[in-house]
Design a protein around this ligand. Sequence first.
Ligand SMILES: C[S@@+](CC[C@H](N)C(=O)[O-])C[C@H]1O[C@@H](n2cnc3c(N)ncnc32)[C@H](O)[C@@H]1O
Length: 240
Amino acid sequence: MSTLADENRQHWDKMASQYDTHDWQKTMLAYVSSQLITHRAIFDIPSEAINTPTPSADAKPYRLLDYACGPGSVTRALHPYLTEARGVDLAANMIKLYNERAAEEGWGDALAVQGNLLSSGEEEAKVVVGDAFDGAIVGFGFHHFEGWVECLRRLGERVKSGGVVGIVDLVLKSDALDHMDEHQKKHMHVSGFTHDQMRMYMAEAGLVDFEMVVLKEPIVMPIRGERTEREVFFARGRKV
Ligand SMILES: C[S@@+](CC[C@H](N)C(=O)[O-])C[C@H]1O[C@@H](n2cnc3c(N)ncnc32)[C@H](O)[C@@H]1O
């Protein structure tokens, strides 16, 4: 396991129980969840809900890989539109929360497993999660990874031809890393991405039909006690 992955696993195992307990986290996750529904077409998520007691006759199936799923924010937002969700995360405590919430809140056919699909072949092979997904979405995990082109390529291997790889993350703000403390810098590889970077990484990973939207409202988080606004983007590339 690389140092960055190890730092992430330790950090997120420790932080799992506090991931969405503070008011700023609740506000931010509620906003991003509502925007995931509004902009779901960018990830090819169907317009009609299927995972409800009375699904529309026009509802289409959708199998999601929620990568770096944490406690399941992406699945939680989109579950009415999903026939199946599979979460993968490095941190065992996040997996526990995902599976507890899926059961308690009735997310349908949703299950998370611990692992790292971005690591060496041997470690990746241990993760039994399936493939040929309609989409693989990474919610706020991409800036914790390294080797972004390879990550996109790996996720692309898990989606079917014509399926999408989607990234929800922060727009680069040049001085953001300067405001991080040393601990944050260890598990956050970068503080965000530009439109040009995302377009280039997707293209280099062989993904086509690139699209990216920046959400209208910034999210607000305290960094070293300072109120900090950050823009959020949704980006996708499509497997040929
Ligand atoms: C900021 S949290 C995001 C959680 C969730 N996706 C969300 O949108 O709220 C980042 C998550 O990425 C996970 N993570 C970091 N590196 C990873 C990797 N290489 N493979 C799988 N998960 C990873 C962490 O364990 C953590 O749960």
